[in-house]
Write a protein that binds this ligand. Sequence first.
Ligand code: ADE
Length: 422
Amino acid sequence: MSDKKTNQGESTIRDIKLAPNGRQKIEWVKPHMPVLNALHEQFRRERPFVGKKILMCLHLEAKTAYLALTVKAGGGEVAVVASNPLSTQDDVVAALVESGIRAHAWYGATEREYFEHINQGLNFEPDYIIDDGGDLVATIHTRRRELLGKVKGGAEETTTGVLRLKAMDKDGQLEFPMISVNDARSKYLFDNRYGTGQSVWDAILRTTNLVVAGKTVCIVGYGWCGKGVALRARGLGARVIVTEIDPIKAIEAWMDGHEVMPMQQAASQADYFITVTGNINVINKDHFLLMKDGAILANAGHFDVEISKPDLRELAVSQRVVRPNIEEYVLKSGQKVYLLAEGRLVNLAAGDGHPAEVMDMSFALQALALEYLVKNNDLEPHLHKVPEEIDKRVALMKLESLGVSIDNLTPEQERYLAAWQD
Ligand code: ADE
């Protein structure tokens, strides 16, 4: 890839000439996002975001682009920055800039460039933010505190971001309201489980071109994402081992039919290791040396801290790229292990993220959470749930788009559920 990067008006992107390809990618996802289509149409008519500046820190690929265009259709002035240096698709970003959206991002940004882009995005002085992983919120509350009076609220996309927000809120440090989109049922039950389940395997399969059937897969962490990745591993014909620190989730994994054991024991048994914990160093030097020759390591958590890269480098006598997105580490003991996508979230760094039909619901929630924030400017500076009406509305819109209808409670049934005297 060319190393060219350009200033395009106020934007800093790879190359505006990539836009036609990006436009094509966006056109492909639109018909598969019917809920967002309906909101796009509604926002175009009602213009709820006129006069508002919205900064999004998200994985910059086609589905995200359609969210940004939907908010713009509602009259908002929109800017985007990346939420991971390896998930940015430069052609999609170019298409956004061509459509009048400001962008600061390119694929493969160094850590310094990544935070420079976030700062450039914040120079836009947003009224509202959409965050994925918490980097915008953290930057505003630490290095860009002058924006605290300006930013009126935001929404967070992912489990890791919500964990950071919960910690901030508990410490009384959150200075504007944030809505936890991740915790809506129409988000985590589908995006985290079926979205991650499919997109992680899509990325691993296209990156490695190896068989999964008959192999042993170790899923590290059995939250909603881990459940989905384990489910699809089973579907691909793998023997599945789950490692957990939560006894309840461990029983769930067991009763879902998976083997459960500590990492120390799983390390020598698996052919694939997939981390989905949101925690640090869950695979480390205690484990690498026990692994089979040829073991494949991938991370599906937000940050590249789950598989300890410092430990891996310390144990390695050599390191080289053997195929795009596959690094081979030869360990002192002689065995080779393969790290996918530098240990960054594999489904976006080595794939295109979740399927469009799934992101349809997640991004519809984001769009409606934003509209809710604009309409309710008196929310307390805490972490808020997505209102139940919005969660249900997105699910009903999805069902309608699928041509599926469901029953309603009869008045008698409603009375029965509400009664306690009988
Ligand atoms: N595409 C855009 N954002 C995403 C996310 N958070 N997870 C998976 N795919 C995505």
